[in-house]
Design a protein around this ligand. Structure first.
Ligand SMILES: [Zn+2]
Length: 276
């Protein structure tokens, strides 16, 4: 049921926490707006457990982005289309599906819808952790499709360290969900942890696969390097190299989060009741 007080409180918290992210350079102004939309929908329409999980994603991802920033700056400037300061499109790519599921949940509060949101949040958390931690790997990443060695920051490149971060990120969302359910609702289900772990891992796998195959990749003719940027940091306009031109990193994140959500929801529907 819609609870006006919870909705108002959710809006207030989202403005505050998003504002903190803006002030700490984790969000742009439009990213702040995106965080307000996602946070208000998640906690206000889904419930406090949903809201807590969005905060866990946001806080851990922002902290990891800031962690050892200097070491990652070179890769980020060269390869990634955007900086670590998230804008509207990035917040929607990460949280848009959660907001949509929360809206659905407000009308039909089915546990599998919560499980889907869990899979989405586990995926975006795992992805962000893997990117932030994997970028620091001392061993060269390998392309998930061919195993060919690629340079750090290449979409679809995976490392053992990044894989570890993927599992840790998924588990963190699962355990946080379990604890939040236990504290607030008093009836946690172990399936929660399993759904987050498998959903997040599957979603991240989809992210790497899409990154290695269909994601748009560009090339700077001046520096002779691959990049996701339309204008390279040297100022040169880049050329389309491979992949679907419209499928940028934000779309890959959104699509892979849907894969993670579908896997987590399926796990709930298959075994949710039996070990709940
Ligand atoms: Zn260049």
């Amino acid at each position: 049921m819609l609870d006006p007080l919870r909705l108002a409180l959710s809006l207030g918290f989202s403005v505050l926490i998003g504002g903190l992210g803006y002030w700490r350079y984790s969000l742009t102004l439009s990213g702040w707006l995106g965080a307000i939309v996602v946070g208000t929908a998640a906690a206000g329409l889904g419930g406090w457990v949903w809201g807590i999980l969005v905060v866990v994603f946001f806080v851990t991802s922002s902290a990891l982005s800031h962690w050892r920033r200097a070491a990652k700056e070179q890769v980020a400037a060269d390869k990634f289309a955007k900086t670590e300061r998230r804008d509207w499109a990035q917040t929607m790519a990460n949280g848009g599906a959660v907001a949509g599921l929360a809206l659905l949940y407000a009308f039909t509060p089915q546990p599998w819808i919560f499980a889907a949101a869990l899979g989405v949040l586990a995926t975006v958390t795992a992805d962000t952790w893997a990117t932030e931690v994997g970028t620091l790997s001392t061993r060269a990443p390998r392309l998930i499709t061919s195993g060919r060695q690629v340079s750090v920051g290449t979409s679809g490149g995976v490392t053992a360290l990044g894989l570890l971060a993927t599992i840790a990120g998924s588990l963190t969302i699962g355990v946080a969900a379990y604890l939040a359910q236990w504290l607030l609702e008093g009836q946690p289900a172990l399936t929660t942890i399993l759904a987050a772990l498998l959903g997040g891992t599957a979603g991240s796998l989809a992210d790497s696969l899409l990154g290695a195959t269909a994601q748009a990749m560009r090339f700077c003719p001046h520096c002779e390097v691959e990049t996701e940027r339309a204008i390279h940091r040297c100022g040169t306009a880049t050329e389309h190299l491979r992949g679907w031109a419209w499928l940028d990193n934000d779309w890959v994140n959104l699509l892979s989060s849907l894969v993670g959500g579908a896997v987590a929801a399926s796990i709930w529907l298959l075994i949710g009741q039996s070990i709940a």
